[in-house]
Design a protein around this ligand. Structure first.
Ligand code: GUN
Length: 289
């Protein structure tokens, strides 16, 4: 029998959403309008459509005024830039999120760079990435900030712990490593070219898995008692034809060894949207405060 604690991201996310809802209502009472989040969805990517609908629902529940701009897959770079510029200029829009991935004719870097950094609730703008790396206040990407909140629920002190971040994306891996470094962890960033991934995981008190490879990290790689945060959301097809969501960590194995672990689903996933709502509220306050 394992005695690993299962980190309940759903519960933490619900309580964060409730706090945001209360504060967003207070903002609306004072400012005469709801905090505003503009979400831009280009094309028909089915996973993106699901995420955007979830963001729409959660915004409404949290008293965030969400507007979704749905554009066809044939949208040009100039058309999307024109929309981003209009949203930058709209004083009722506090936060702007352009859902990724974008269609191939569009340069995602150029679009992100066009977003006003003060409205960049995704924290993807190079200015905000630079602020995070420099230890300055700014917007932090939602998924890694959600992971840090879950870690802090479980650890009073992160300083001095060995942490490995498996994955080096701009959305999760790199900002996650910066956040852990700011908490004075000893951080290893591992990726597809890492020679000794097993060794890097095995020595770590904290494992953040964000590679998108189903069950890459096995239970016997985990240091006994370590905290495992699984960012992976992989849809796999079972022999009976049904599909199932699984993480980047072999959960049934890891739970026997870890001290604490996030499930998939119900771990990191719900935190991402909750932090997005929180970032939007922060943006609204910064603009008017
Ligand atoms: N696509 C996958 N994750 C994200 C995210 O956090 N923000 C945006 N904008 N697009 C995504």
């Amino acid at each position: 029998m394992s005695d690993a604690k299962i980190i309940d991201g759903k519960a933490t996310a619900l309580s964060l959403r409730a706090r945001v809802a209360e504060q967003a209502q207070a903002f609306a009472d004072a400012a005469g309008r709801l905090p505003g989040l503009a979400v831009v969805l280009v094309g028909e990517d089915p996973a993106s459509a699901v995420y955007v609908r979830a963001k729409e629902r959660a915004s409404a529940e949290a008293h965030i005024g969400g507007t979704v701009h749905r554009l066809p897959a044939t949208t040009t770079q100039e058309e999307l830039l024109a929309l981003v510029r209009a949203l930058n200029a709209d004083t009722t829009v506090d936060g702007i999120l352009v859902q990724l991935p974008l269609p191939p004719q569009i340069d995602a870097h150029a679009i992100i760079a066009a977003i006003d950094p003060e409205k960049d609730v995704d924290g993807f703008h190079p200015i905000n990435a630079g602020r995070l790396a420099s230890g300055l206040p700014g917007f932090v990407p939602c998924t890694p900030l959600g992971c840090l909140m879950l870690l802090k629920d479980y650890h009073d002190h992160l300083a001095g712990l060995e942490a490995v971040v498996v994955g080096r994306s701009n959305i999760v891996g790199k900002p996650m490593a910066q956040l852990l470094l700011a908490e004075s962890c000893t951080v290893t960033i591992a990726h597809s070219r890492t020679r000794d991934l097993f060794g890097a995981v095995r020595r770590s008190d904290i494992v953040i898995a964000a590679v998108g490879v189903p069950e890459l990290i096995r239970g016997d790689w985990i240091k006994p008692g370590a905290t495992v945060i699984d960012v992976g959301i992989n849809r796999v097809t079972l022999p009976d034809g049904k599909t199932k969501l699984i993480g980047d960590v072999a959960y049934d194995e890891a739970i026997e060894v870890a001290g604490a672990i996030t499930p998939v689903p119900g771990g990191v996933g719900p935190m991402t949207i909750a932090v997005l709502l929180r970032n939007t509220l922060v943006a609204a306050h910064r603009k008017t405060g």
